[in-house]
Write a protein that binds this ligand. Structure first.
Ligand code: M6R
Length: 366
């Protein structure tokens, strides 16, 4: 059942070119400029006219929501708020009929997310679901939605569900942006081609596995890790840190790189590994100076960079080169080496990667 792999987690990481491909199939035809999510068709006018989009989720799904916030705001020009389901439901949130709520959940059974949906629904909002498990409770509670089609995810650490969620949310955003006339046709067509190219690029990231295993060996005894990224890669920093802590039990924090100087920089010394997600994008020059700040304090830098990058190579202790992509879709690529890093470190530490202590695959308690 593990298809020759030692754990479900590594099997699921390696499935991603296929699972993202399955998610795009039948919805995206990049060469013809065609994109269609049938599940939200009936609500398309409601969404394009929304005052606001509220994204509700927990854990890794919440990180996918943060990536979606940047994509929706950039291309649809609709304000987006991303909320932890547990926080949303226990305050007195301002929600109304012109709000569209997108609930993201792999399992479709997360109790807090389900309760947040019921609350938003009772206030008249339109609820869309982005779920993986077909027929689960959340898709049944929503008005409409799109499945991620990643296939069953068994490992407690979410991997292929995360990339499928971002793929669906990117398609949703582009479909709405196009319908709304908020995006230039040339930009839209280019993004469809970029999306179509993602599965092959993820496959290239998987070829880095032996190199990442070697890096993992060097850091397996670390007690702390910092993950830093900016822009579209900020949520990837959060996700990288979550993956590491949940399966290897190493304390890790993800931060927007620019926030480092407001506190976390005090932690940096020669024993602190810092993972930078520093691919070529709008914040590249800024993140290069953040790397210099860490090196000046003797931190150990592992940098995920775009193939062919020469600048960071001379500063970082280890570089992981990934294929270039449109910055809005980069999280689909830059997260893969971080999944592999956490996997190898956890295995080397003798941890039960598929069933980490204290965790369950779906959190059905509040
Ligand atoms: O099934 P859901 O997507 O609603 O689950 C949400 C979180 O419980 C989940 O993402 C959790 O954080 C994972 N263990 C992360 O790897």
């Amino acid at each position: 059942e593990k298809g020759g792999y030692e754990h479900f987690m590594i099997k699921e990481i390696f499935e991603q070119p296929r699972s993202i491909g399955d998610c795009l199939r039948g919805r995206l035809n990049a060469n013809e400029g065609h994109l269609h999510l049938g599940g939200i068709q009936d609500y398309i006018n409601k969404i394009t006219n929304a005052d606001r989009i509220l994204i509700i989720a927990c854990g890794t799904s919440w990180h996918a929501g943060l990536v979606a916030e940047y994509i929706f705001e950039e291309f649809c020009r609709i304000p987006v708020e991303v909320e932890y389901a547990s926080e949303f439901r226990y305050r007195n949130p301002v929600v109304g009929e012109k709000d569209v709520v997108i609930a993201i959940s792999q399992s479709g059974e997360t109790a807090d997310t389900l309760a947040a949906i019921e609350l938003a629904k009772s206030k008249g909002a339109t609820i869309l679901g982005v779920c993986n498990v077909v027929g689960s409770s959340i898709p049944r509670a929503t008005h409409a939605g799109s499945y991620t089609h990643a296939g069953p995810e068994i490992g407690v650490a979410s991997t292929k569900a995360f990339t499928a969620q971002i793929s669906v949310l990117a398609m949703m955003a582009l479909m709405i942006a196009h319908k709304k006339g908020a995006i230039k046709e040339s930009v839209y067509r280019n993004l469809l081609l970029e999306l179509d190219a993602i599965p092959d690029k993820v496959a290239k990231c998987l070829d880095l596995n032996p190199q990442i295993e070697i890096i993992s060996e060097k850091f397996k005894n670390a007690t702390n890790f910092l993950y830093l990224g900016r822009g579209y890669n900020f949520p990837v920093a959060l996700e990288g840190a979550l993956k590491l802590k949940e399966i290897s039990y190493i304390h890790a924090e993800g931060y927007p790189a620019a926030e480092m100087k407001h506190g976390p920089i005090a932690l940096i010394d020669e024993n602190m590994p810092v993972v930078f997600i520093a691919t070529k994008d709008g914040s590249y020059e800024k993140i290069v100076s953040n790397i210099q700040e860490v090196k000046a304090r003797k931190g150990q830098v592992i940098a995920v960079v775009t193939e062919g990058d020469t600048e960071i190579g001379s500063m970082a202790d280890h570089i992981i080169e990934v294929p270039a992509a449109h910055e809005a879709l980069m999280p689909l690529i830059s997260v893969v080496p971080l999944q592999l890093l956490s996997y190898h470190i956890a295995v080397m530490r003798g941890c039960n990667v598929d069933q980490p202590r204290n965790l369950a695959k779906s959190v059905t308690v509040e």
